[in-house]
Write a protein of this length. Structure first.
Length: 416
């Protein structure tokens, strides 16, 4: 789908979708708990549906009624299963350990860029704990399809903290199921720690217990999670698009966020209201370490493009292995329409240009690039055309409807 956006400001109120990060974790926790749980405020994006289908393949019973998921926890895992992760890195990295802990011989598949995303820590650590990997069906250099066989045994797992917190989350879920206590030892500083905090909060909601140590986590085995009813909180990473739009002159009331959230992307409030805000009408440039908030980088790059000076977004190398190489794609999109973004191995340097000229850009099939460029379009001099705009379905299927309801001037010019 190709969308044409004519520059205009947004106004009105928007109900922010529930957090995708929180929902993944609540669904998995409920599926590992004994009994019947209800999770309200579920947003059935492609990623969330991938996790729901995966937990069903592992033996949970899950039904969706509107925005509420009813989950009956796994009682008898299957001997074998097949899981299609679609394009969801969270589904893949969370559930490979869970399948191994359950002793399910499982084949994982994926699409888009997902087969190229690494699972290196698992490949190194899991064979030490009884797991065999088979990549005979995968293309050279790809992670998926892969099959796992065996039953994960407890013990010590050494994991890098600076590759992806998703490996820590996947392990934490799995280790609660093992017949014995385990330790996660971080071999490098943990980045994106707020995402692990969300995992721990989720497990605690179901009666689980995870302990932090000086260099990692200890996880008791044989934990029996208890069913409960929970509600998914609003997603700060999605709210960020409208928060940045407000910094650029829009007036959107953002509803559905929790002030007590553990989400790292809550940082967007401080960035927009304190770091960037200038009462004289100019936006201050900023320097920020994004190691804990990688999902904000594309829209922060848009924000920096309209600041009065040079901004630096640092510690961002991991964004090269997302749905796209986000350092390359966001800089390519903005530079093509008049931005000044310079890419370094682990940072972006952005010189503010105050306005962009418009034109045509590709989303690179990356939902965060598409939504970030929709925000950039608000301050373009001419219309902006975004190709492959349907990719927002991955995390925020109603984005274009919400954008238009707020006064965004969009026209679909190609449905292919």
């Amino acid at each position: 789908m190709t969308i044409k956006i004519t520059p205009s400001m947004l106004s009105g109120a928007v109900d922010i979708p529930p957090s995708k990060s929180v929902a993944h974790r609540l669904i998995i926790s409920a599926a590992l708990a004994k009994g019947r749980s209800e999770i309200s405020n579920i947003y059935p994006s492609k990623d969330i549906l991938a996790t729901i289908d995966a937990m069903k393949a592992l033996g949970a019973k899950i039904t969706l009624n509107g925005n509420t998921a009813t989950v009956f926890g796994i009682e008898n895992p299957p001997v074998k299963a097949e899981i299609d992760c679609n394009e969801s890195g969270s589904t893949m990295r969370f559930l490979i350990p869970v399948a191994c802990a359950l002793g399910v011989e499982c084949t994982f598949k994926g699409s888009g860029k997902l087969p190229e995303r690494p699972i290196t820590p698992y490949l190194r650590e899991f064979p030490k704990h009884g797991i065999e990997f088979d990549f005979s069906s995968a293309d050279n250099g790809c992670t998926l399809p892969c099959s796992v066989k065996g039953k994960l045994t407890p013990g010590r797992f050494e994991i890098e903290g600076n590759i992806s917190s998703q490996f820590i989350t996947g392990l934490i879920f799995a280790l609660t199921l093992l017949d014995g206590d385990s330790e996660i030892s971080l071999t490098s500083p943990l980045e994106s720690k707020p995402y692990v905090d969300i995992t721990i909060d989720s497990i605690k909601s179901f009666g689980g217990e995870i302990d932090s140590t000086d260099n990692g986590y200890t996880v008791k085995g044989n934990q029996s999670l208890k069913a409960c009813n929970v509600k998914t909180e609003g997603d700060y990473s999605q709210a960020a698009f409208f928060k940045v739009a407000n910094s650029l002159g829009s007036s959107v009331k953002i509803k559905g966020l929790s002030e007590n959230s553990s989400q790292g992307d809550k940082k967007i409030i401080e960035i927009c209201d304190k770091m960037v805000y200038n009462k004289n009408g100019m936006l201050n440039p900023f320097e920020i370490d994004c190691s804990d908030i990688p999902d904000l980088v594309p829209v922060l790059t848009v924000l920096a493009s309209f600041c009065n000076g040079r901004s630096v977004i640092d510690n961002v190398a991991r964004l090269r292995i997302k749905e796209s190489d986000r350092l390359d794609t966001i800089s390519t999109c903005l530079n093509k329409i008049g931005g000044k973004v310079t890419v370094y191995p682990d940072k972006l340097v952005i010189d503010g240009v105050m306005s962009l000229k418009g034109g045509e850009v590709d989303s690179y099939n990356d939902h965060r690039i598409a939504m970030s460029m929709a925000v950039a379009a608000l301050k373009c001099k001419e219309p902006l055309i975004i190709t492959n705009a349907q990719c927002v379905e991955k995390s925020y299927p109603n984005f274009w409807q919400d954008y238009k309801a707020l006064g965004g001037k969009t026209d679909v010019i190609n449905m292919e």
